[in-house]
Design a protein around this ligand. Sequence first.
Ligand SMILES: [Fe+2]
Ligand SMILES: [Fe+2]
Length: 361
Amino acid sequence: MYFYRKPPELKTFGLENMVMMYVVPRRAASLPKSYLHLAQGYTSIVATAGLRCSSPLVARKRFISSTPQAQTKEFFPPPNAPHIKEVETAWAHPVYTEEQMRHVTVAHRETKDWADWVALGTVRLLRWGMDLVTGYRHPPPGKEHEAKFQMTEQKWLTRFVFLESVAGVPGMVGGMLRHLRSLRRMKRDNGWIETLLEEAYNERMHLLTFLKLAEPGWFMRFMVLGAQGVFFNGFFISYLMSPRICHRFVGYLEEEAVITYTRAIQDIEKGKLPKWTNLEAPGIAVRYWKMPEDQRTMKDLLMYVRADEAKHREVNHTLGNLNQAADPNPYSVKYKDSIKSHPGKGIANLKATGWEREEVI
Ligand SMILES: [Fe+2]
Ligand SMILES: [Fe+2]
């Protein structure tokens, strides 16, 4: 049995999307934990991945958790300060149109030298390890998933949460190292730092969005901790040695991210993910991407995320082409020639750099 309760401490913030109502199982605190999961209306929990979903997926209405208030884990609760209306960001997200997002395609940049091969080979190795651990396999082009690799909503969320927790690392490492280099050498950075930090911020917003749909269990937390420990240090050392290869590596990694989200979108379109058909995107996503009212479904959300990944793909492949020490960041400069197509923010000119070759998956 459920009753509804408004969280009193959130009333003053005007963040209607942050939390609408809790659904709290009566006497839930005295019930075994496994019952709490069942009470949320889910048929299964991805035990191996350690994710449990926190949204009951009620059409057009979202509740943050059916876990009793004492056990509710808010990953990014609003500040407990009555005089604060909201926390603002310096990085307002560019607005994407539906048309632009529909034109995002899976693409691949051909390798041109040994450095590219190192980057691509590392991505493929990581990808193979990740697929092995999470029991995932891309079907061959034009084919369907084998039955045992069929993806569900929970499996996709597991993959998204893990990938996004790792994806937020490179931009922060690159931005940090370029910042320190600028201080150390007392030289200008030429606009790279902000773009890299913004990318890390953007990836973290992806993660926070997906965490509104599923709470990671201990296994997932452990995996993220381990992955971050290894990946952060590995990327840190690699970036010191060759930032160019690192940007190429991220470019190839983002190619994979676009494939992943494209497949999830296709699954929604084919009706394979019924729990997501009418599920509304979390409020944090609506505000971040400035999603129009008629464009707030899970499919729309994944279209926004995929567009971001395509932008990271373009940015990092472009940065990987440049002289790391001397060239200004083409994404943060103003050009004298405003008629020619130049790299810029947003996805309107994704093809401006002309590196990609579209692929069919
Ligand atoms: Fe991402
Ligand atoms: Fe990305």
